[in-house]
Ligand binder design. Structure first.
Ligand SMILES: NC(=O)c1ccc[n+]([C@@H]2O[C@H](COP(=O)([O-])OP(=O)(O)OC[C@H]3O[C@@H](n4cnc5c(N)ncnc54)[C@H](O)[C@@H]3O)[C@@H](O)[C@H]2O)c1
Length: 254
């Protein structure tokens, strides 16, 4: 029985993961805007600090795992909000709980996306994220209306995870990421319901070998595996859980 902190555990993939962990007897501390053990808004530095303080109060013994799932979708919300929550709301919470994870030789699983490779491998927003310069990143995000904020943020998270896997592992913390394709959750429902976006989603699914969207449990079960002892030699990996879309579209990567 372990102690796991999640962000975004009130809905979708996070709610599914919280259920799986609780069913196996683990203690789950959920941080979210609502229906959570710690109510905090991860879009601001003050909200992130409240999240860190709240988790610390509930897990003084340390953490066996941390899964920051809180996220804002592409295709509607402002790019600044997507950038603040998806990137800074993840990295700052991970860094702020790092010592609690080291205390119990814990595991981190980040939520990337199979859409990350659709963004450019370089660029000013990506650079500002990786420099951890939030004011500059938000300025660039506000000025830029290319609609790629979500993908760039997820690419930056994957880079951040791989760049930091060594330092975390040296403290006994194993860190990986999952990169889901479209999953049927409250995040994607508006996309499937909007006729214009539904065409894009159909195009993505037509290009997916398994020819369907995923279900939350198909992601949360893999995260549970990455949190557990059966994945003890997996470190620094981005695991695509996308019905084969990445293999079909970036075939010759190894
Ligand atoms: N659903 C997909 O198709 C898909 C695909 C790839 C990656 N992902 C990633 O998986 C994660 C979970 O996605 P989901 O589909 O379960 O989404 P969801 O919308 O069902 O759940 C997201 C949760 O994040 C919380 N949240 C949003 N903004 C917050 C804030 N400012 N502070 C605190 N909590 C906040 C929401 O309240 C919600 O409970 C996200 O990081 C998402 O980017 C999802």
């Amino acid at each position: 029985m372990g102690t796991y902190a999640l962000t975004g555990g009130a809905s979708g993939i996070g709610a599914s993961l919280a259920k799986l962990l609780r069913e196996q007897g683990d203690k789950v501390i959920n941080v979210d805007l609502r229906d959570a053990d710690v109510i905090a808004d991860l879009s601001s530095p003050a909200g992130r600090q409240a999240a860190i303080t709240g988790v610390r109060a509930l897990a003084p013994e340390g953490l066996d795992g941390l899964v920051p799932l809180a996220g804002i979708p592409a295709g509607g919300p402002p790019g600044t909000l997507i950038t603040a929550v998806n990137y800074f709301g993840t990295v700052e919470v991970v860094e702020g709980l790092r010592d609690l994870l080291a205390d119990k030789q814990g595991v981190i699983v980040l939520l990337c996306s199979n859409s990350a490779p659709m963004s450019s491998p370089g660029g000013p927003l990506l650079d500002a994220l990786l420099a951890h310069d939030e004011p500059l990143a938000l300025k660039i995000a506000a000025e830029n209306d290319d609609g790629l904020h979500y993908m760039v943020g997820k690419r930056a998270l994957a880079y951040w995870m791989r760049r930091n896997a060594m330092a975390y592992a040296r403290e006994g913390i194993r860190m990986n990421a999952v990169a889901p394709g479209p999953v049927n959750t409250p995040m994607t429902k508006p996309l499937f319901d909007n006729p214009e976006m539904a065409q894009i989603m159909k195009h993505l699914i037509d290009a997916t070998p398994l020819a369907r969207a995923g279900e939350p449990e198909e992601i949360s079960r893999v995260i549970r595996f990455l949190l557990g002892p059966d994945s003890s030699y997996i470190c620094g990996s981005v695991l695509y859980i996308d019905g084969g879309y990445d293999a079909a579209t970036r075939t010759d990567l190894v």
